[in-house]
Design a binder for this molecule. Structure first.
Ligand SMILES: Cc1cc2nc3c(=O)[nH]c(=O)nc-3n(C[C@H](O)[C@H](O)[C@H](O)COP(=O)(O)O)c2cc1C
Length: 214
């Protein structure tokens, strides 16, 4: 398999799911990016697999090739549109500035991964890919979820924000009058897509929300 992006898809975007609550945000993001025609490069941490098993009825294998097949089936991706990389696949393109896509999203982002990214730990491929994004001054969006945040979490977020990393907490608003959990998920996914400059109609933008009395 080549490390190059497939020209038949829009630019690749790296999506990493780590072990914070809210796996549905990341899974929905993958589906939406696939539907938008992007190539999606996916990494799912061991803890994220536990969260997915706890929070959803979705069964995902850990082995990268089988994971890619399972995610492709879920999202209706074309062959080759989703690629997955393992925890220590240091030869994956995301491990190097010369091969990594220009955009990476960690969604959801555990406070553990947040800490590792803030300190440049690079102990697994997700952390390394985020480190590459920072050193190459590329777009990196982290979607942390914890409550409450400790001073440690807040300091890491401030450090990263000052480096240009987008800290986009999984904190959906309610002003679009969500009726379902899917509406809440789409609120966050829409915010991520806004950061990536990807057009969508998941939720109305501010100013487009109709008057409820109309
Ligand atoms: C069901 C479940 C829910 C969790 N929720 C959170 C959470 O919301 N935020 C968080 O930072 N960690 C959460 N954790 C703990 C992380 O998964 C744990 O710290 C793990 O080491 C993170 O590893 P990773 O960053 O490599 O995915 C949760 C774990 C499980 C099993």
């Amino acid at each position: 398999m080549t490390d190059r992006a497939d020209a038949s898809f829009k630019k690749p975007i790296t999506v990493a799911l780590t072990g914070a609550s809210g796996a549905q945000y990341g899974l929905r993001l993958i589906d939406v990016l696939v539907a938008a025609g992007h190539e999606v490069w996916v990494m799912i941490s061991k803890a994220a697999h536990m969260v997915i098993a706890t929070e959803t009825d979705i069964e995902l294998p850990a082995q990268p090739q089988r994971l890619a097949e399972a995610l492709s089936e879920r999202s209706g991706a074309q062959p080759g549109q989703i690629r997955c990389f393992g925890r220590e696949d240091w030869m994956a393109p995301v491990a190097s500035g010369s091969g990594a896509p220009s955009t990476m999203v960690v969604c959801p982002c555990s406070t553990g991964t947040l800490s590792a990214v803030a300190t440049g730990a690079s102990n697994n491929l997700i952390e390394r890919a985020a480190d590459v994004a920072i050193k190459e001054r590329r777009t990196l969006v982290l979607v942390p979820r914890e409550s409450p945040f400790s001073p440690i979490h807040l300091e890491h977020m401030l450090t990263l924000s000052r480096l240009g990393v987008v800290i986009l907490p999984a904190a959906p608003g309610f002003y679009h009058c969500p009726q379902t959990i899917d509406d809440l998920i789409d609120f966050i996914v829409a915010r991520i897509l806004n950061q990536l400059g990807i057009e969508h109609s998941l939720v109305p933008r501010w100013g487009e929300v109709g008057d409820k009395d109309e």
